[in-house]
Write a protein that binds this ligand. Sequence first.
Ligand code: ATP
Length: 454
Amino acid sequence: MMNKEKNIQEIINHLKSAGFVFQGSEIYGGLANTWDYGPLGSLLAKNLKDFWWKEFIIKEPNNFAVDTKILMNPKVWEASGHVANFSDPLIENKLNNKRYRADHIVEQLFPEIDIKNMSNLDLENFIKENVKEYDNSKTDWSSIRQFHLMFETQQGVVVDKKDLIYLRPETAQGIFVNFKNVQRATRAKLPFGVGQIGKSFRNEVTPGNFIFRTREFEQMELEIFSYPEQSFDIYKKYLEKVWNFLLKLGIKEKSIRLREHQKEELAHYSQATSDIEFLFPFGWGELLGVAHRGDFDLKSHMLHSKENLEYLDPETNKKIIPHVIEPSIGMDRLLLALIVDSYENEKLENDDTRIVLKLNKELAPYKVAILPLVKKLSKNADDIFQFLVNNNISATYDETGSIGKRYRRQDSFGTFYCITVDYETLNDNKITIRNRDTMKQERIDIDQILNYIK
Ligand code: ATP
């Protein structure tokens, strides 16, 4: 079944009842667009982050990890351009898709008008009536949208304007401000990468589509610092690497596509950007982005902090400002994509059906479920459980309900193997192991379980 034919509400209902995702603050009627991960969701999220960590940090000898704070000196967000670019009334000319600051347009064309007391609606109506041509184009204005992208809060006990700080809207800036620290500590030579996983916050104007767009989310970001002349090769290398990363996770190739940004669409800092989009039940949506940020970030932080962030090239003894390639992935969006892609409502023989999450073995919240056929066998089953978890195999235990129902339950969790312990086990030291996808069962020696699973 194509993802587009899948019913997102059915999937959401399943995720709730199985314990993947709950509505945030549910007993108080919820808080709009907030979602909590339950027992299975938090395991899946952890496995996903570990997978990223392994591919982008551990396996790359010249990539290093950091863990920087959500709260940063507010000057960081001046340097990054967020203060200037994300809290203004924006209006779009739909004929050329260019966005402008509505207040700037009026200030520029009608300097005699005092706009201080005009609401966004006043501004919008005024522009729609009076600005029929702008920036060498006829106009068809959108409504004004106020982008308060950054969440504001205060630091310290006395509430005062000067203590205003922000919750970070991306993890990247924590990496840029530590560029020199990491380079000095690791003595890394260009090109090298610095990555981290962490929470980001954006006061999105249009959150929604379940966990696709929320105001609090987690990012897995990597910044690769390189010589300018090698930066485009690295950009291409990482585009390929993230594509292959998705395939390794088990995402189907037909569910993703590459979209290169047109020149006009590029962010102010970017020399090139490509997104990988995923086919969600609600249509194609950005899953991740790879951006060539040039030297914008380091240059801007040098200017604002007055610190020298140049790199001394050991070969030529010349100082340069490295260029930056950024693969940036939203963990929650990727988790949603994985669930959508692996969720199947399968028809079986005898008009039976089952919900199965065909998650990759490494991602499945539980690799194994231990199912004693009767309660009397609990002790034997528990021994196997202990043995597996002591060998770092994530396992669960279920002794209630018919065996058929227990299999179905585990299938719908994505559990890769089910192990049944029965009376025969006491005699022959064998268990039955069942594969989630093929539903085939085999009887194997207890001593062989670990080999079998691995
Ligand atoms: P969009 O166009 O969807 O708003 P963006 O281009 O602003 O995304 P980036 O700033 O490039 O996003 O952030 C990198 C990644 O972080 C995105 O590809 C996405 O996976 C994730 N992300 C961004 N905003 C959100 C959000 N509000 N909720 C969940 N994930 C997000």
